[in-house]
Design a protein around this ligand. Structure first.
Ligand code: PEP
Ligand code: MG
Length: 549
């Protein structure tokens, strides 16, 4: 039995055999062809046909949205124009692999140039090309593997599209070598309630078929666990299921003090599921997710329908919408400069919006119209705000354009250090612990090698949260938390002890957080917070809070 360490996402545990995600294929060499054109053409034709067949079979199995994507990919593999181009390249001396690579790349460039929906399909074309080349080489195709039996997926990292397409009936857990707890792989894993441990530096040692126990609560992967460890995991799974099945109530501490539990959303499509899981409103609607593929800034009309759809799902409830947070892990081509060397420290968030003020004005105008057309209580906030001067700029502009409640996100340590000034100038503050941790610890949240620093339990982060909580209390300004930290049940209690007045998280985490809050009174939450604040490291803070419960 061996134990590998990483960073757990959530609290669940799962057990199963490993299936690795094959690595991306190397680019086929541009060397002269050894066989005759006829032989090369027929092996490419066979590869194209079997890839098309395999994609449509997978589509039929998956059903729903995934089927449409896979069917479209199957058609790409049989596109007559592309096949002609591949054959012409073989006739002029290319190997089959190289011809497929070049023909698909040329078509991909053309689609990207067309923008909009066509550009979105370009990445799918790249995936088809990799599958065909894998077939020609006789190696497994890259991308999420398929299996008849449940398995634990092991990958270097997952593209958002891979995570979105995971078949949850088969993938019982996810282990990645790269990525930290706030990388988008981890955020999506949490949203889909997949047991995951990310940033496992030794993940490459895991081979297909090895049985592993993936424990997100402790961030460990036990290789070949014994039967008592598997039995303990099953007991914990049953306990967690009982929590999920408990009746939905409003968030509150054991002494009855209300702590509204809100949802983090990235699309109006997710609103209904959030309501079902008991979200008392929305604490973070990430608007940039709507426009990740857009080449030009969306118009007021394009935005209005999406915003109205989210607000309509929460009549009479609070919905906090964040203005476009473009940059670093979420670049928008119409707002960001691709040439920045350190995009996390670049012209991003409110800085990018201020440099393109018309885009910000259009978004605020669309939001103000949605506010008038619906029954929800709209709050609007700016991302990545540095100080009171930026706070005043945003709040003034938002009010001028008709927004009734305007606030700022606390993600840069400078804002927390100036919290007393900021709280007086803003209707509310929402703490984004993902970026606040990244900047406090100077550790890129996307980088697996420094993933251990990306831990919001670090007392340095908690001290900044306390400064924000104290400033909020002194001025009567609400201070919510909407980073991943709010989804960690025990840390959620600590955050409330530090002065957070509401918590927003992926809806899948609501039940666990609701149950943990109900176990602690206000004095107990404050005692947990004090114990965590006094600790020297993130690990020690977590242990101090655990042993004070
Ligand atoms: C955060 O930084 O904590 C946050 C909520 O924003 P995002 O994860 O979208 O950067
Ligand atoms: Mg952020």
């Amino acid at each position: 039995m061996r134990e590998l360490r990483g960073i757990g996402v959530g609290r669940s545990v799962a057990f199963g055999p490993v299936l690795r995600m094959p690595d991306l294929l190397s680019e086929p060499a541009d060397t002269p062809r050894a066989t005759d054109a006829e032989t090369e053409r027929s092996s490419v034709t066979a590869a194209l046909a079997s890839v098309a067949k395999e994609l449509s079979e997978r589509g039929a199995q998956a059903g729903g949205e995934a089927q449409a994507v896979l069917e479209a990919q199957a058609m790409m593999a049989q596109d007559p124009g592309l096949i002609d181009d591949v054959n012409a390249r073989i006739d002029s001396g290319s190997t089959g692999e190289r011809a497929v690579f070049e023909a698909f790349a040329a078509f991909q460039d053309m689609l990207t140039g067309m923008g909009g929906y066509m550009a979105e399909r370009a990445a799918d074309l790249g995936d088809v090309s990799q599958r065909i080349i894998a077939h020609l080489r006789g190696v497994p195709a890259p991308g999420v593997p398929t299996s008849d039996k449940p398995f634990v997926l092991v990958a270097h990292d997952l593209a958002p599209a891979d995570t979105a397409m995971l078949d949850l009936a088969k993938v019982v857990a996810l282990i990645t070598r790269d990525g930290g707890p706030t990388s988008h792989t981890a955020i999506l894993a949490r949203a889909k309630a997949i047991t995951a441990v990310v940033g496992v530096s030794a993940a490459d040692e895991l081979t297909d078929g090895t049985e592993v126990l993936v424990d997100a609560a402790s961030g460990t992967v036990i290789v070949s666990p014994d039967s008592s460890q598997v039995a303990a995991a099953e007991t914990r799974t049953a306990e967690l299921q009982a929590i999920k099945a408990a009746p939905i109530t409003d968030g509150a501490l054991a002494d009855g003090e209300k702590v509204p539990l809100l949802a983090n959303l990235g699309s109006p499509k997710d609103a209904a599921a959030a309501v079902e899981l008991g979200a008392e409103g929305v604490g973070l609607f990430r608007t940039e997710f709507l426009f990740l593929d857009a080449k030009t800034a969306p118009t007021v009309e394009q935005q209005l329908a999406d915003y109205a759809a989210v607000l309509d799902a929460f009549p009479g409830k609070k919905v906090v919408v964040r203005c476009l947070d473009a940059g670093a892990d979420k670049p928008l081509s119409f707002l960001n400069d691709a040439e920045e060397e350190n995009p996390a420290l670049g012209l991003r968030g409110l800085r990018a919006l201020r440099a393109n003020e018309q885009i910000l004005r259009d978004q605020l105008t669309a939001l103000a119209r949605a506010q008038e057309a619906t029954e929800a209580e709209l709050w609007v906030m700016a991302p990545m705000v540095a100080d009171v001067e930026e706070t005043e700029y945003f709040v003034t502009l938002a009010k001028e354009l008709g927004i009734r409640v305007a606030g700022v996100m606390a993600e840069i340590p400078s804002l927390a250090l100036m919290a007393d000034q900021v709280a007086g100038a803003s209707d509310f503050v929402s703490i984004g612990t993902n970026d606040l941790t990244q900047y406090t610890m100077a550790a890129d949240r996307m980088l697996g090698t420094v993933a251990s620093y990306q831990d919001p339990w670090h007392p340095a982060v908690l001290r900044l949260v306390r400064m924000l909580g104290d400033a909020g209390r002194a001025s009567g300004t609400p201070v919510g938390v909407c980073g991943e930290a709010a989804a960690d049940p025990l840390l959620a209690v600590v955050l409330v002890g530090l002065g957070a007045t509401s918590l927003s998280m992926t809806p899948a985490a609501l039940a666990d957080v609701r149950a943990e809050l109900a176990r602690h009174t206000r004095p107990q939450a404050e005692a947990l917070a004090a114990a965590a604040l006094a600790a020297p490291t993130a690990e020690a803070a977590r242990l101090a809070a655990q042993s004070s419960t």
